[in-house]
Design a binder for this molecule. Structure first.
Ligand code: CTP
Length: 399
């Protein structure tokens, strides 16, 4: 586990009955060579004492914003700034709410505002609390911001219920930390363009043709590439999503705008991930004013848009990597393979719109990764997990 050697890990511990497991986690991380800064809440310490964390980490356990200073400096900032990875395990419903809304009323929540590294949380609580609308909404906020969520395990809970809410065992969390740190430099030095969301093709001053793409898959790809050390430009059609941290976003509206933004940047890019749902047709002309109804049949003449990906396939250098997406309702693999070779791309991410849990709008996806010699079908997973697999595949293929 050389990935953990000398790495600063900020381990947040909050008031959940599974706080005792965090002692084992802190111990194993330390044994693997990590420098573990435990920052615990008052309730966390009622369930797992500071002395235990200090004994296993050989480092101070931080509790109080004002009392626990190393050298009179504001160490909630320095602990956050030096961390290579921040993991709150267990993370109570209260701490999820605080970090989702920027509340900073104790040492851990204040420190979390200062972190500059990947952040993961392992929620642990009663199954009904976990399923509550407020906890799920807070998780969505964090997920959209790029915070990694470790799904709780299901089983018997301390409160007597059986359900989802257990903190995963330390070994699984150690694997997670190792994995995240190993991926940190996977795309270091690479310039990546990601396109995301729908395009809008205006008919008149107020009406347009578009599609229901939410942009979630593309934004997840941008986040995943950024977390692997790439410099990422996200060319985005209109969406409601916040820009992932550390990513440069370029807003566009139409397919023509998107084409221009991508072509301008293509020469200096190493990788392009075209996940946008680009309109294939646009109105032949756009009326500058609002068109008024006549009560008679009407027609809109459409002309094809530029196929951005196909054009990139024609212009590409050998050292550039192209990843396209493909949505189908039938003959998924066959059509995706055709698209891959026709558009001269390295990887096609194909999804079958007819399956529940795949496609537009939802938080999960079911994809098949198609390369020249391989067809790999993945199980249903969160769009963040799918994005990580896509980025890993690209990094692997680029050697
Ligand atoms: N794409 C593009 N420019 C377009 C249309 C699509 O770059 N004008 C990209 C998409 O971002 C995606 C891939 O091409 O990566 C999708 O391929 P495409 O052949 O357009 O898919 P469909 O629209 O589903 O194609 P068809 O109607 O031919 O099945």
């Amino acid at each position: 586990m050389q990935e953990l050697e000398g790495k600063h890990i900020l381990l947040g511990v909050t008031g959940s009955i599974s706080a005792f497991k965090a002692i084992g986690l802190a111990s194993k991380l330390t044994q693997a060579g990590a420098l573990v800064d435990v920052v615990a809440t008052a309730n966390g310490l009622r369930l797992a004492p500071a002395a235990a964390f200090e004994a296993v980490t050989h480092r101070k356990c931080y509790i109080d914003t004002f009392a626990d200073t190393d050298d009179l400096s504001a160490n909630h900032v320095s602990i956050g700034a030096r961390a290579d990875l921040a993991l709150i395990a267990p993370c109570s419903a209260n701490m999820l709410a605080k970090i989702a809304h920027g509340i900073a009323d104790d040492k851990l929540s204040t420190t979390m505002l200062a972190v500059q590294c990947p952040v993961w949380v392992a929620p642990a609580m009663n199954c009904h609390m976990y399923g509550s609308a407020s906890v799920q909404e807070n998780l969505s906020i964090l997920r959209r911001r790029g915070v990694g969520i470790v799904e709780p395990d299901s089983g018997n809970l301390a409160c007597g219920y059986a359900g989802k809410g257990r903190m995963p065992e330390p070994d699984r969390l150690i694997d997670l930390c190792t994995n995240i740190l190993a991926r940190r430099n996977l795309l270091a030095g690479k310039r990546v363009i990601v396109t995301a969301g729908p395009t809008r093709e205006y008919i008149d001053a107020v009406r347009y043709i578009s599609n229901p793409s939410s942009g979630k898959m593309g934004y997840a790809c941008a986040r995943a590439a950024q977390l692997c050390g790439a410099s990422v430009e996200l060319v985005s059609g209109p969406t409601e999503l916040p820009t992932p941290a550390g990513v440069e976003r370029i807003d566009v509206v139409s397919a023509a705008d998107m084409a221009q933004a991508v072509f301008e940047r293509f020469d200096r890019a190493d990788i392009v991930i075209m996940s946008a749902a680009v309109a294939d047709y646009t109105p032949k002309s756009r009326c500058a004013h609002k068109m008024h109804k006549t009560g008679k049949e009407a027609q809109i003449d459409l002309v094809p848009t530029v196929d951005i990906l196909a054009e990139l396939g024609n212009r590409r250098r050998k050292d550039q990597f192209l990843c396209g997406f493909c949505m189908e309702t039938e003959n998924l693999v066959e059509r995706a393979k055709e698209k891959r070779s026709k558009k001269k791309v390295d990887l096609i991410v194909a999804n079958d719109l007819s399956r529940a849990g795949a496609g537009f709008g939802c938080n999960t996806n079911i994809v098949t990764l198609i390369t020249e010699g391989d067809v790999l079908s993945l199980d249903m997973a969160s769009k963040d997990d799918v994005a990580r697999r896509i980025v890993d595949t690209i990094a692997q293929m680029m050697g």
